[in-house]
Design a protein around this ligand. Structure first.
Ligand code: HEM
Length: 360
């Protein structure tokens, strides 16, 4: 196996019009939020608005990791409290019959080390979705598809159901001929799978101390893997995913492995383009920590009031040793701040980085 690529600031390549793209992204996201907040009388996240699982957990960082993996947060073995939020990606609260990608956001508490500039508190956020690659090569292209998605936000829900059904059909058709469209999945054609059986990926690259890596969170306990590939029945069950996650979380315990895939070739494993999968034969995902959630309430309105309303999960909340890299990640810095500031202001509910987990 090739040695892990060394991180240096020049692994990033900033497009001359990137600032303009970010302004464009802020405009679209702010449009989405203005519309949905008036609709609900309440502000929700510009994307990943609906939560389906809210869990407290413990992250155990493995001892005796090889030096290239013993970096940043993972250089100090031990236990951290953590909070998980499982979501789906639209910017409004839809019935679960609309089949869309799943997200999982993890907030690791009481983390030591130099912080990214502007990162409050002592937490490290890690943000994942259930696919290994992003739907666009860069922020500029992402802005184009977001404009398309924005047109469907706050249209009558039936229209989205129809769109989703059409896209699901199209996606199945594409798979039958051997293709798969990330764009279609983003817009509502993903299989309606159980969120707890899925493997989640950061999709984008991060600094990993002296190196560069993508991360994944894979289900390992039988209480999770039994749901892998399970299609959730959503007929007449608008909140089917919350119910399913709650049943599994109450039975528990749930255990995932946090894994790191080191960049070992900056050309074949690019930092700037998250549409390019990094070859797992050349660099496999290797376990660096274990996440465990003991039996508990999987989702409740009271938990959502705390985690949906008073928290933000952003890749820019964390350590310099895990600096988000590449165009898409750079574009997330101001947009996550904007979305969460809008929520805080509209709802009159300030957002803080927590020091303890106290979920009801
Ligand atoms: C330019 C690209 C992106 C933009 C503009 C963007 C924007 C946003 C915004 C505005 C939020 C809501 C923030 C809040 O109000 O707290 C959010 C949440 C989220 N994003 Fe992104 N995002 C981008 C890329 C990605 C990527 C590559 C992933 C893949 C892991 C991702 C996964 C998520 C997830 C899972 C959440 C929900 C976090 C939570 O539970 O609070 N996003 N994104």
């Amino acid at each position: 196996m090739q040695p892990a690529t060394l991180y240096s600031p020049d692994v990033e390549d900033i497009a001359p019009d990137e600032e303009q793209t970010i302004v464009g992204l802020m405009e679209v996201l702010s449009d989405i939020m203005q519309t949905t907040s008036v609709d609900y009388g309440h502000a929700v996240r510009a994307v990943h608005a609906k939560s389906h699982g809210i869990l407290e957990a413990e992250l155990d960082i493995f001892p005796d990791l090889p030096t290239e993996l013993s970096q940043g947060l993972f250089a100090s073995p031990g236990r951290h409290s953590a909070i998980l939020r499982i979501s789906t990606n639209p910017g409004d609260i839809l019935a679960d019959s609309i089949s869309v990608p799943r997200g999982l956001a993890l907030k690791v508490l009481d983390v030591k080390g130099e912080r990214l500039s502007g990162a409050e508190g002592r937490t490290q956020d890690l943000v994942f979705v259930n696919g290994p690659t992003f739907s666009a090569p860069d922020a500029r292209t992402f802005l184009k598809s977001l404009k398309l998605l924005a047109k469907t936000t706050d249209r009558a829900e039936w229209a989205k159901k129809a769109l989703s059904a059409v896209l699901r059909g199209t996606e199945t058709g594409l798979e039958a001929v051997g293709g798969e469209s990330a764009t279609l999945k983003t817009l509502g054609g993903a299989p309606n799978v159980h969120p707890l059986g899925e493997t989640y990926y950061t999709q984008t690259a991060f600094r990993y101390g002296a190196h560069i890596a993508k991360l994944s969170l894979a289900p390992v306990s039988e209480t999770l893997t039994r749901h892998t590939g399970q299609i959730v029945k959503t007929r007449n069950r608008p909140d089917a995913l919350r119910d399913e996650v709650a049943v599994a979380a109450q039975a528990g315990p749930l255990e995932w492995e946090l894994r790191a895939q080191l960049c070992r070739d900056p050309v074949a494993m690019p930092v700037e383009d998250p549409m390019v999968p990094w070859d797992e034969e050349k660099s496999p995902y290797i376990p660096v920590a274990r996440l465990r959630a003991d039996p508990q309430t999987g989702w409740s309105a009271a938990r959502a009031r705390i985690v949906d309303e008073t928290l933000r999960f952003s890749v820019w909340t964390g350590l310099e040793a895990h600096r988000p890299l590449g165009s898409v990640n750079r574009a997330r810095r101001a947009t996550y701040v904007m979305s969460s500031a809008f929520r805080a202001h509209f709802n009159g509910c300030p957002i803080h980085e927590p020091q303890h987990v106290t979920l009801p």
